[in-house]
Design a protein around this ligand. Structure first.
Ligand SMILES: [Zn+2]
Ligand SMILES: [Zn+2]
Length: 340
């Protein structure tokens, strides 16, 4: 099968890999319908994380081709969406709603789903079937549920977004935009998107943003305070993962407010503990337990209540993955879908 390989930072090839097959009785092998490039794939691309002939990709939708003997919830021919973390669905952590911290958790990034097929371990706990074979127009949105929508949704949930609340969103990448959509769906009264890019501001407004703040850092936080009568937002979504963005989130939150942080932090990123301490806010985040939200999100997409697929502003065939990486790296695209 063909698969995207990052030979070294910045070097993307589409090469032949051995077809995946069932190894464990709990596995499924799926044929990808579409896959995509994630903001987190840019870290190795830029050399911030290592890359050495690495298979790439962790977001996926597709049709089940084969299942192991003990798989019961999906069967060949089913259309499935899965989270970017493999989870068993049965351990105490999964049952408590945190499948991304499952005791058997495995990042799909290590499997690589920018490929024609993928072996998905623990299929029963990881994959969710759609109500039927989806119309082509639903594929981008279902693919978004696999990571960015689920992650934005978790961030809003962790930030305790709800009716009557003012929400500020730090980060205008795909996850930040999905946080805006989630906040709108959860009934937020006011949603302030922090963005400097006209195209992203427009999409944020389409997804429910009521205000746009272009300032960043301490100035950005001061602007949020100004817009909220000096108090700060009730709920803040942090979707970047740097010290600056985290402090912007902390200082944009009112005392006693909540931050949902889902921006992937990297080794060496630090936070001044005194600033966190004196802010007096709730902090909850990490790799999003996307699998928890998938049944609800798939239904909303199926019923066309939400259209998260609009975050894909560039679609390319898998063979042109290198151009997709370059477009995201150069910020010519918010998020790139790869078709098979
Ligand atoms: Zn991702
Ligand atoms: Zn588990």
């Amino acid at each position: 099968m063909r698969a995207v390989i990052m030979d070294a930072p910045g070097e993307i090839t589409v090469a032949e890999r051995e077809d995946p097959r069932i190894v464990e009785p709990t596995d499924a092998v799926i044929r990808l319908t579409a896959t995509c490039i994630c903001g987190s794939d840019l870290w190795p691309y830029r050399g911030v994380e290592p890359a050495d002939h690495s298979p790439m990709g962790h977001e996926y939708v597709g049709v089940v081709e084969e299942v192991g003997a003990s798989v019961t919830t999906v069967k060949p021919g089913d259309f499935v969406v899965g989270s970017f973390v493999i989870s068993c669905g049965k351990c105490e952590i999964c049952v408590s709603g945190y499948p991304s911290k499952c005791i058997h958790a495995e990042f799909v990034a290590g499997i690589g789903t920018q490929s024609e097929k993928a072996r998905i371990p623990l299929a029963d706990g990881t994959l969710v079937t759609t109500p039927g074979l989806p119309d082509d127009s639903l594929i981008p949105s279902l693919l978004a549920a696999s990571d960015v929508l689920g992650t934005g949704w978790f961030a809003a949930d962790a930030a305790q977004v709800g009716p009557g609340k003012t929400v500020a969103v730090v980060g205008d990448g795909a996850v930040g935009l999905m946080g805006v959509l989630a906040a709108q769906q959860m009934g937020a009264e006011r949603i302030i998107a922090m963005s400097r890019h006209a195209d992203r501001q427009a999409l944020a407004r389409e997804y429910g943003a009521t205000d746009i703040v272009t300032e960043r850092g301490a100035e950005g936080a001061a602007r949020i305070k100004e817009l909220t009568g000096g108090l700060g937002a009730h709920s803040v979504i942090e979707a970047v993962g740097t010290e600056e963005s985290m402090l912007q989130a902390i200082h944009s939150t009112r005392g006693g407010g909540h931050i949902g942080f889902v921006g992937v932090a990297h080794e060496g990123v630090q936070l001044p503990l005194d600033q966190l301490f004196f802010a007096g806010v709730h902090l909850h985040g990490g790799p999003a337990p996307v699998r928890r939200y998938l049944p609800e999100l798939i239904q909303k997409i199926w019923d066309r209540e939400i259209d998260p697929g609009k975050v894909f502003d560039l679609t390319l065939p898998l063979d042109q993955a290198a151009e997709g990486y370059a477009a995201m790296h150069e910020r010519r695209a918010i998020k790139v879908m790869l078709t098979l």
